[in-house]
Design a protein around this ligand. Structure first.
Ligand code: TXA
Ligand code: MG
Length: 317
C-alpha cells in the first residue's frame, strides 16, 4: 500500500498546531525558514530523526542543525563562550548556524550530531518557524527538505514534488525570503567560516570586529554534505561565468547579462539569492539542455551564491 501523501498545511493556527502535533508524534514535517524549507523532526527522538535521513536518502554520518526558539533554548543544548554569545546576540534570530560544544544533559539524539561532541544550532527568524518552535516547545532537527544532494527547496511545492510521498506534512509559508542556506560558523577556538550563507562574511566581520577566519583544510572530521564538492546538483550540466548561452543551453542571467530567467535584472544580490534555487529548478526542467550562468560578484550574499553554483557545477562522483 502506498503511504498517504503529505498533508499540505496552511500558515494559520490550525496548520501550526497540526504540524507541532505531528512532530510530537515522532513524524517528519517540512516547514519554512527564512533560508530554505527544513525537514523537521523532534531532536530528542531517535526514531523521528532516523525518519528524516530515510526520507532524504541521506548518509547517516552527516549531522543535522537543531532549530530552537531563542538563545535560552540554545544555551540549554550547547555551551557558548563570549564570542559565540556575541554572534548569537547580534545575529539571531537569523540565517546563522553556530557549531558549539554539546551539553551532556541536552537530551539530543546521537543521530542528530552523528555522535560528535559538537552541535549545529540556530534560531530562525521566519515567523512561521518561530510559531512552530513555540508551539512544539523543544528543538527541531532539520536539514534542508530535499532529497540528499539535490537543490534546496524554497517553496512548499518543491517539497511536495520531491518528498510528498515520504513525509507527513508541509507547512506552507510561501517562498523563503533569503533563499540560500544559513551561514555556518565553527570555533577553533577562534570563529571560522564553515559554510557561506545568508549572513555575509562582511556582516560577521562587523560583529566580530575583524574578518572571520577560513575553514582550515584539516578541520571537519565531518564529511558535511554542504562541504562536499559536488552538492546542490541540478540534472543539467552548469557552465559558470557565461556571457551568453551556446546552442543546447538555457541561460540564467544576472544584472545586464540577460537570460531565459534573470536572478536580478537590477543586480541586487539579495534578490538573486532568493531566486537562485527556484530558477535553477525551473531551468533544469528543460530536457537535454545545459545551463549557462552569468557572472555573479562575490561580495555580500554573492559569496554564498557562487559557493552553491560552484558545487552544482562540479564533477559528479
Ligand atoms: O539554512 C539552513 O541551514 C537550512 C535550514 C533548514 O535551517 N538547513 C540546512 O541543513 O541547510 P543541512 O543539513 O542541509 O546542512 C547542514 C550542514 C551540513 O553541511 C552538516 O554536515 C553541517 O551543517 N553540520 C551539522 N552539524 C555539524 C557539526 N557538529 N560540525 C560541523 N558541521 C555540522
Ligand atoms: Mg542541504
Amino acid at each position: 500500500m502506498l503511504p498517504p501523501p503529505a498533508e499540505h498545511l496552511k500558515a494559520d493556527e490550525t496548520g501550526i498546531a497540526r504540524a507541532a502535533d505531528l512532530l510530537r508524534q515522532g513524524l517528519q514535517v517540512a516547514f519554512p525558514t527564512e533560508t530554505v524549507y527544513g525537514l523537521g523532526a523532534d531532536a530528542q527522538n531517535a526514531a523521528a530523526v532516523a525518519g528524516v535521513f530515510a526520507a532524504k536518502g541521506r548518509p547517516t554520518f552527516n549531522p543535522l542543525i537543531v532549530h530552537v526558539a531563542d538563545l535560552a533554548g540554545a544555551q540549554a543544548i550547547a555551551k557558548f563562550d563570549e564570542i559565540a554569545l556575541t554572534l548569537a546576540q547580534n545575529l539571531w534570530p537569523g540565517p546563522l548556524t553556530l557549531v558549539l560544544p554539546l551539553r551532556a544533559d541536552a537530551g539530543i539524539s546521537d543521530l542528530v550530531t552523528a555522535g560528535l561532541p559538537t552541535i549545529a544550532i540556530r534560531v530562525p527568524k521566519h515567523s512561521l518557524a518561530q510559531r512552530l518552535l513555540a508551539d512544539f516547545g523543544g528543538g527541531i532537527a532539520a536539514p534542508s527538505a530535499n532529497p540528499s544532494g539535490k537543490v534546496s527547496p524554497t517553496r512548499a511545492d518543491h517539497v511536495l514534488e520531491e518528498l510528498g510521498d515520504k513525509i507527513s506534512a508541509v507547512l506552507d509559508g510561501g517562498p523563503c525570503p533569503v533563499g540560500v542556506e544559513s551561514t555556518i560558523v565553527g570555533f577553533d577556538p577562534d570563529p571560522i567560516l564553515l559554510r557561506e550563507g545568508g549572513v555575509s562574511a562582511e556582516d560577521l566581520a562587523t560583529v566580530l570586529g575583524h574578518p572571520i577566519g577560513d575553514r582550515h583544510p584539516t578541520q571537519g572530521q565531518v564529511t558535511a554534505p554542504g562541504q562536499l564538492v559536488s552538492h546542490y546538483a541540478t540534472n543539467a550540466g552548469l557552465r559558470l561565468n557565461a556571457q551568453a548561452a551556446k546552442p543546447g543551453e538555457v541561460m540564467l542571467g544576472f544584472g545586464a547579462v540577460a537570460g531565459d530567467l534573470n536572478l536580478s535584472p537590477t543586480a541586487d544580490l539579495t534578490e538573486a539569492a532568493a531566486n537562485l534555487f527556484e530558477y535553477l529548478r525551473e531551468l533544469d526542467k528543460r530536457p537535454n539542455m545545459g545551463i549557462a550562468v552569468a557572472p555573479i560578484p562575490s561580495h555580500g550574499l554573492g559569496a554564498a551564491i557562487n559557493d552553491r553554483l560552484g558545487r552544482a557545477a562540479a564533477e559528479r562522483p
